[in-house]
Design a protein around this ligand. Structure first.
Ligand code: ZN
Length: 496
């Protein structure tokens, strides 16, 4: 099976977000295999109006009405963007719920209608179209738009969004704290808490972007294992929980237990043979296999020494951005190799970030019409164009990047034409350290060619065998030294 990457939950100006739907779909197809764009539809138990909440209630209501008025052309635009084999789209909309937590309804059916209901289960019941209800930003406080595990129903929710712009809802110990105005992460509502209660679901990641840039790098991504890139196959994979959640980097993972892929529910047996294959994008800090959330096998960065070059394959990240100006900065970068070969390219593209509507602040319809794109021209040349803005804070990056996988050795040379500035560097130098440069005198935009990562640091397999009992589950997690993670859906053993 192949691994495909997409975003199953994000917003634009079809409801109370920003940016046009057409630009969102246009940018999405440049770097994603599948996506949806989600409208905000309703909130049955919205809080009471007081002097603090009036603005919030009003923008939600206006957004819901806008979506309802535009529903026909929204579904048509999303249907028209679907291109089997290259870019798959799904229909979706979202309900807020203080009691059950927020959910988005995802459907492969272009005739999906907007239905209401007091709970996600009621909405699904009222729908004629096939759909699932995906709980998201689950770890908010119970009753405060966090998930209600008691009401969770695996039959309508095969997957749960475990990571997004809101942070990581995996566990109290997981990196990615909740910082949104909606409040902190509550350990009772995490993924681990649900799994401990015997709930069965797969993991998904999506951005919950609010300004029309699906798949915005670092805000969450879903990987799907599927034979082919068409709506039916991707949908079947989601139903089968053959998914995993990523923060942003396309860490390629295959995980199977007794030969069955992630997400499987297996008949109880005595022994489980697990195998995890990882093809990361940076140094793997830690890869862990867990049974019932207790680690059974760990591989650490420290288990590997030296700089590595057994395979003569490297991953090199080229990142651009920084600067102090709030205006957009356009990049046109050409990468040429001597004595080497480009094997693959990964795109780490970001859109401008808007958290939620703010009183007195507006954003243009083309807020995220950025023209970010990259491709391999031939085995020794790749092109990378994008638009960046200064970093939002000193801890929040707004950069863009590509990651090249390169076959070569320490003599392989990279010539990078960065907006007509020529940079020459060899893999031999990049194995030792990263190299950066600036586009102007001071406080200006800059580029960074990251340290080269030899294949043995990002590509490996681990396997073993353990005793299992009915109701046990085995899952895996991969964390890279650059802060990027993959949370891989469990394989469950059925309860007798
Ligand atoms: Zn949302």
């Amino acid at each position: 099976m192949n691994i495909y990457f997409g975003d199953l939950h994000n917003h634009c100006n079809i409801s109370y977000g920003f940016g046009n739907l057409e630009y969102a779909l246009m940018e999405a197809r440049e770097h994603l295999d599948f996506c949806t764009v989600t409208g905000h539809a309703h909130w049955p138990d919205i809080f009471r109006r007081n002097e603090d909440t009036g603005f919030i209630i009003d923008f939600h209501r206006a957004g819901f009405e806008k979506l309802s008025k535009n529903w026909n052309w929204v579904t048509k635009a999303i249907a028209d963007a679907n291109e089997e084999g290259s870019f798959v789209t799904f229909q979706s909309y979202e309900m807020h719920s203080s009691k059950y937590g927020d959910h988005h309804f995802l459907s492969p059916d272009d005739s999906l209608t907007l239905e209401t209901g007091d709970s996600p289960a009621e909405v699904i019941e009222n729908l004629a179209a096939e759909a699932v209800a995906i709980p998201h930003h689950i770890a908010y406080t119970p009753g405060y738009r966090g998930i209600s595990w008691v009401d969770f129903n695996e039959n309508i929710s095969p997957v749960v969004e475990v990571y997004s712009k809101h942070g990581s809802g995996v566990s109290d110990e997981s990196a990615g704290e909740y910082l949104h105005t909606m409040g902190p992460r509550d350990g009772r509502n995490t993924v681990y808490s649900g799994l401990k209660q015997g709930k069965r679901f797969g993991f998904a990641g999506s951005t919950d972007h609010h300004a029309g840039y699906p798949g915005s790098y670092g805000d969450g991504l879903t990987a799907v294992l599927s034979d082919s890139l068409d709506r039916k196959s991707i949908w079947q994979a989601i139903l089968a929980r053959r998914t995993y959640a990523l923060t942003g980097d396309r860490i390629r993972c295959r995980f199977a237990v007794n030969g069955k892929p992630m997400g499987s529910i297996l008949e109880p047996v005595e022994n489980a043979r697990y195998r995890l294959e990882v093809n990361g994008t940076d140094f793997i800090e830690k890869a862990v296999i867990y049974k019932n959330l207790e680690s059974v096998m760990v591989r650490h960065r420290e288990d590997f020494i030296g700089e590595g070059s057994l395979n003569n394959i490297y991953k090199i990240r080229i990142e651009v951005g920084w600067g102090r100006k709030s205006s957009p900065y356009h990049w046109k970068n050409m990468i040429s190799l001597t004595n080497g070969e480009i094997v693959s390219i990964d795109k780490c593209f970001r859109g401008q970030n808007v958290l939620a509507p703010k009183e007195g602040v507006d954003h243009p319809d083309d807020v995220n019409r950025l023209g970010n794109k990259a491709c391999i021209l031939n085995c020794s040349k790749a092109v990378f164009e994008c638009t960046t803005f200064r970093n939002t804070t000193t801890r929040h990056s707004s950069t863009n990047a590509v990651i090249l996988e390169i076959k070569g050795d320490e003599s392989t040379g990279l010539t990078i034409d960065v907006n007509d500035k020529i940079v020459n560097v060899s893999i031999g130098e990049l194995v030792k350290n990263s190299v950066s440069g600036h586009m102007n005198e001071y406080n200006c935009e800059a580029y960074l060619i990251h340290k080269a990562v030899a294949r043995e640091f990002y590509n490996f397999a681990m396997e073993g065998e353990i005793k299992v009992e009915p109701g046990d589950f085995i899952h895996a997690e991969v964390h890279q030294t650059n802060g990027q993670s993959a949370w891989i859906s469990p394989v469950f053993f059925d309860r007798k």
